[in-house]
Design a protein around this ligand. Structure first.
Ligand code: UDP
Length: 164
């Protein structure tokens, strides 16, 4: 089992629908540790860099507006960014997050429970979850400065409080 890190974003629709608590509770089932956390008002440059692999898609501009919360306005125009760490973090968190299309996502996953497709066809799927370890490394560098991330690797078993 590899210890991996990944980026999770609670997207503006997740914040607007007051889903942060539900989302973090579901993610905590993975027993992974949060090693970075902050609120970010997303610039166009950051949004473009984050979604650079989708720049040729017809929905690219709508996607930038979505992740920047432009379609919701103040005070929903921000995201919560987290770095999680744990064993096989990426594949395990992707399972909890669910498929990209909320209508195809497992109904108990986060996206399947809370996502929807807008009238413009954008998948409002409430969280971002890195898709593979190399993409995760690229995204973490983009969103966090090295000093904003806790350095130690905590073996998850050791932080479980043991009964006396
Ligand atoms: N997206 C969309 N329509 C699509 C594909 C993607 O609206 O046909 C949006 C959706 O919000 C998704 C984001 O673009 O989460 C990034 O897409 P990606 O293919 O990277 O999927 P993800 O890694 O987020 O599951």
């Amino acid at each position: 089992m590899e210890i991996e890190q990944l980026l999770i974003l609670v997207k503006p629709d997740g914040i607007k629908k007051s889903l942060t608590g539900n989302i973090l509770t579901k993610l905590s089932e993975s027993r992974m540790v949060i090693i970075g956390a902050k609120i970010v008002k997303v610039s166009r440059d950051l949004a473009e860099a984050h979604y650079c692999h989708l720049k040729d898609k017809l929905f690219f501009n709508e996607l930038l507006d979505y992740i920047r919360g432009k379609i919701y306005g103040e005070p929903w125009d921000r995201v919560l960014a987290f770095v999680y760490q744990g064993e096989d973090a990426v594949s395990r968190m992707r399972k909890i997050a669910g498929a990209t299309n909320p209508e195809e996502a497992d109904h108990v996953s986060i996206r399947g429970s809370y996502g929807r497709i807008t009238t413009k066809g954008v998948y409002e799927n409430v969280i971002h979850c890195s898709s593979d370890p190399s993409e995760a490394a690229r995204e973490i560098k983009l969103w966090f400065k090295p000093e904003e991330i806790v350095k130690e690797i905590y073996p998850v078993k050791k932080i479980v409080v043991e009964k006396e």
